[in-house]
Ligand binder design. Structure first.
Ligand code: NAP
Length: 283
C-alpha cells in the first residue's frame, strides 16, 4: 500500500514554481495575488494564512484585504473592480463563504476571468466543461496531479466521486470524464452509497463527514483519495475516510493532513503563475 504524499508533491511543485518566479523576476515581473476575506470565520482565516505563507515562501507578492462582516456588496464590488485594474495583481481570490447579505454569484462574476485563480468564474468552469482550459479548479487539479505523479492510470477506470459541490465534486467529475474515466457522481440522495463505492477503482470522498467511508465500502486494491477536512472536538484534522482500516484494503491512499490539502494550495500558486503568463500575452 502506498501513502500518496501530497505534502512532498506540493513541496516539489513549489520548488519548480520558485525557479519560474525567479525567471519572471529577472524580466522585471513579480507575480501578485490578492486575497479578500470578509468577516472573522476562523477556518477561512487559517486557509488565507496558509495561502499567504505559501506565496511568501516562493516569492509571490501577496496582499490580504480583511474586510468587516458588515461591508456592503457594492463596496466589495468596488474593491474587485479596483483589483481587476491593478497591474501588479495577477490573481484575485475571494475566500468563501461570504456573509448572507452578499450574493456570492455576483461577486464571482465580477472577478476578471483572467485573474480568477480559484477557477470559480462561470467562464473558467465552462472551459473545464469543454476541456479548453485556462485555469484548473485548485482542489480537483491537486487530485489529478497526485494521480499523475504516482502514475495511477485513469483511462477506462471506474471513478466514484462522493460529493458534488461546485468547487470539488462536480468539476472533478468533468475532469475525470475528460481523462476517459467512467465516472459515478454520488450525493446525499444516493440510494446505496456502499454499492456505488464498491465499484470504484478510484474512490474520492469530498463530503465533510468523518468516518463516512468505511472499509466495507472499498474494493480490494482501490485507490482512495480523501478530500474531507473535518475537525474533531480536540481540534484534530480528520478526513472522510476511516484511514486505519481502509489503508489495509486500498492499494494507495491520501492521508489527512498531508494529502489533498497541500496540493490545493500548490495549485493555487500554479494558477497565479499561469495568470502572469496570460497577462503578458494579453492583446
Ligand atoms: P459541500 O459544498 O458541503 O458539499 C458536500 C457534498 O457532499 C454535497 O454534494 C453533499 O450532497 C454530499 N454529501 C453530504 N452527505 C452525504 C452523504 N451522507 N453521502 C453522500 N454524499 C453526501 O462541501 P465541499 O466544499 O465540496 O467540501 C467537502 C469536504 O472537503 C469538506 O470537508 C471540506 O472542508 C473539504 N475540502 C477540502 C479541500 C482541501 O484542499 N483538502 C478543499 C475543499 C474542500 P448534496 O449535494 O446532495 O447536498
Amino acid at each position: 500500500m502506498i501513502i500518496l504524499d501530497g505534502k512532498k508533491l506540493a513541496q516539489d511543485l513549489k520548488t519548480e514554481l520558485k525557479s519560474e518566479i525567479l525567471e519572471l523576476k529577472n524580466k522585471g515581473i513579480v507575480p501578485g495575488l490578492s486575497v479578500i476575506i470578509v468577516g472573522n470565520d476562523s477556518a477561512s482565516e487559517i486557509y488565507v494564512g496558509n495561502k499567504e505563507k505559501a506565496c511568501k515562501e516562493i516569492g509571490i507578492y501577496s496582499e490580504v484585504h480583511g474586510l468587516e462582516e458588515k461591508i456592503s456588496e457594492e463596496e466589495l464590488l468596488m474593491l474587485i473592480d479596483k483589483l481587476n485594474a491593478d497591474e501588479k495583481i495577477h490573481g484575485i481570490l475571494v475566500q468563501l463563504p461570504l456573509p448572507s447579505h452578499i450574493n456570492e454569484d455576483k461577486i464571482i462574476l465580477a472577478i476578471d476571468p483572467k485573474k480568477d485563480v480559484d477557477c470559480f468564474h462561470p467562464e473558467n468552469i465552462g472551459r473545464v466543461f469543454l476541456d479548453n482550459l485556462r485555469f484548473l479548479p485548485c482542489t480537483p487539479a491537486g487530485i489529478m496531479e497526485i494521480l499523475k505523479k504516482y502514475e495511477i492510470e485513469i483511462v477506462g477506470k471506474n471513478v466514484v466521486i462522493v460529493g458534488r459541490s461546485n468547487i470539488v465534486g462536480k468539476p472533478l467529475a468533468l475532469m475525470m470524464i475528460n481523462e476517459s474515466a467512467t465516472v459515478t457522481s454520488c450525493n446525499s440522495k444516493t440510494k446505496n452509497l456502499k454499492d456505488e463505492c464498491l465499484k470504484a477503482d478510484i474512490l474520492i470522498s469530498a463530503v465533510g463527514k468523518t468516518g463516512l467511508i468505511t472499509a466495507d465500502m472499498v474494493k480490494q486494491g482501490a485507490v482512495v483519495i480523501d478530500v474531507g477536512m473535518n475537525r474533531n472536538e480536540e481540534g484534530k484534522l480528520l478526513g472522510d475516510v476511516d484511514f486505519a482500516k481502509v489503508s489495509k484494503i486500498s492499494s494507495a491512499i491520501t492521508p489527512v493532513p498531508g494529502g489533498v490539502g497541500p496540493m490545493t494550495i500548490a495549485m493555487l500558486l500554479k494558477n497565479t503563475i499561469k495568470a502572469v503568463k496570460i497577462y503578458a500575452n494579453r492583446s
